[in-house]
Design a protein around this ligand. Structure first.
Ligand code: ARG
Length: 495
């Protein structure tokens, strides 16, 4: 189906041809000045230059030759020779009708199909999904759907955080809880009874302990390295935590209407790390740095000022080097991200990988992308961080519960559903529904409120989470849209 700009361009090109002008200059596009015209063509200027004529005169000839199509009246001339078009009412009606009848609502497919991976969601094992993952999920899901709708081949990947220090922390916490890991039946019983509630309570406690207790932190680091080296019972504990978290997160994602093609995680890239490290080594990109191994990614002269703990300011390279192997021998967040690029190039051959992740991780991605390009794994332009602002509480800081903890995604959806029920009752909607129908509608209204509120904000800015406002049946809200859709259907039915 041709859109109006393309139809006008084609008709204009025919006019240019009859006047012996280069049809390349005939392109018509949506006007920059909708107050003056709907569509415009600026090509008379270039065509006049080529033909050695006065632009205004040539524009006049073009306008005069425009009389055939029923698509638009003769263009008017503005400024030095711009052509302004106004589409005829008949052409508009036909186009509206065609859009209404088209399953794609008149949207065209991309001319050249690309292979696109959208990395979004990004929940972590042993930590429940919190509101920080909400924006990643909502925005990422939308971007994935838009790319797919436009005709690209698209994979959504959840990229679970299941391989870092937090795993070693949890293993060490369980070790302390059980007084050691040697008693196999005791450990087995603990893992049998593992729940997300347990993990969510134990993780913050272990993280807090690691901040204060150096010996504990050290043991957690060693446990991380041991897990990554395939030690037991580390692997078994890891697997149990992974499975419990994954099941819970799949439930949360499903209730948000978010679905992935690939449910891979950091751990899935782990088998590629040894060969990748050898490769980086052979390319001369790995450097020793205080017992760790790094890849420098800053170009010559790229420097920033850094304040040391004692207050002195020094100049260091910027961006920071990518930490590949820690001094304990562990793979880091950037290591798994780099290995995941190798894996994706091998498995999907993507033309583009989009990382829909909090803007605060911009530096991390810059390091990873530069390292990947330096190593020749993929072109820098094929990697893009689609950052976003945070969802804040009324205090302007990233959203927390009243008790100061991070709000779990499941609880947030629960709160929205509670509000939706109240609003539906106030509006006397659904009094005659079965409980099941009522709950289904409440859930849909809740999800519409959350998603619309998120997506109606500019991606890059932070916004304040205000359930009362999101849930209003008036104004720019998801529930309002749903309500209008239902009312329009009712009007149509009556008509
Ligand atoms: N798990 C990470 C977090 O919670 C997000 C992962 C984003 N994706 C990636 N490829 N690093 O912060």
């Amino acid at each position: 189906m041709t859109d109006l700009a393309s139809a006008l361009s084609a008709a204009n090109a025919a006019v240019f041809a009859t006047l012996g002008l280069d049809a390349r200059h005939a392109e018509v596009r949506r006007s920059d000045r909708p107050d003056l015209a709907e569509f415009q063509c600026n090509g008379a200027l270039a065509a006049a230059k080529a033909a050695g004529k006065k632009p205004l005169e040539l524009a006049g000839e073009i306008a005069a030759a425009w009389d055939n199509t029923g698509l638009a009246a003769k263009p008017t001339i503005a400024g030095p020779g711009f052509l302004n078009f106004t589409v005829s009412a008949n052409a508009l009606t036909l186009r509206a009708q065609a859009i209404a009848e088209d399953a794609r609502a008149g949207a065209s497919l991309v001319a050249r199909k690309r292979r696109v991976i959208v990395d979004y969601g990004g929940p972590n094992v042993a930590k429940g999904m919190h509101v920080g993952h909400l924006r990643a999920s909502i925005i990422g899901e939308s971007i994935k759907r838009v790319f797919r709708f436009r005709g690209d081949e698209v994979w959504g990947d959840a990229h679970f955080g299941d391989w870092g220090f937090q795993m070693g922390l949890m293993i060490t916490a369980i070790e302390d809880e059980l007084g050691g890991l040697a008693d196999a039946p005791k450990l087995d019983a603990r893992l049998q009874g593992l729940s997300l509630d347990y993990l969510e309570a134990a993780y913050p406690a272990a993280a807090a302990k690691a901040r204060e207790d150096v010996a504990f932190r050290d043991r957690a680091r060693k446990a991380t390295a041991a897990l990554q080296a395939g030690a037991e019972p580390h692997r078994t504990i890891w697997k149990a935590m992974h499975d419990v978290s994954m099941a819970a997160q799949k439930r949360d994602f499903a209730s948000l209407g978010v679905d992935f093609d690939l449910w891979l995680g950091e751990s899935d890239a782990d088998p590629l790390i040894p060969e990748m490290v050898r490769d980086l080594e052979s390319k001369g990109l790995l450097e020793e740095d205080q017992g760790a191994r790094i890849v420098r990614v800053a170009g010559p002269g790229e420097r920033k000022k850094k304040k040391l703990d004692d207050g002195t300011v020094i100049e260091v390279e910027s961006p920071d080097p990518l930490l590949v192997i820690s001094s304990e021998g562990s793979a880091m967040y950037g290591t798994t991200d780099l290995a995941t690029i190798v894996q994706r190039v091998r498995d999907q051959q993507p033309d583009l990988i989009l990382y829909v992740v909090d803007q605060r991780q911009a530096d991390h991605f810059e390091q990873v992308y530069r390292a990947a390009a330096k190593a020749g794994y993929i072109a820098r332009e094929a990697l893009e961080h689609t950052g976003f602002g945070t969802m804040n509480g009324s205090d302007g800081k990233p959203f927390k519960t009243r008790a100061g903890g991070v709000l779990k995604l499941g609880d947030l959806i629960g709160q929205a559903e509670e509000k939706a029920r109240a609003r539906l009752r106030e509006a006397e909607i659904g009094a005659d529904f079965t409980t099941e129908e009522f709950e289904d509608v409440a859930h849909k209204v809740a999800i519409a409120a959350i998603k619309f509120a998120d997506l109606s904000n500019f991606r890059g800015t932070s916004y304040v989470f205000d359930l009362d406002r999101f849930m209003s049946f008036e104004g720019k809200t998801g529930p309002y849209l749903l309500y209008q859709a239902v009312r329009i259907k009712s009007v149509m039915r009556t008509a």
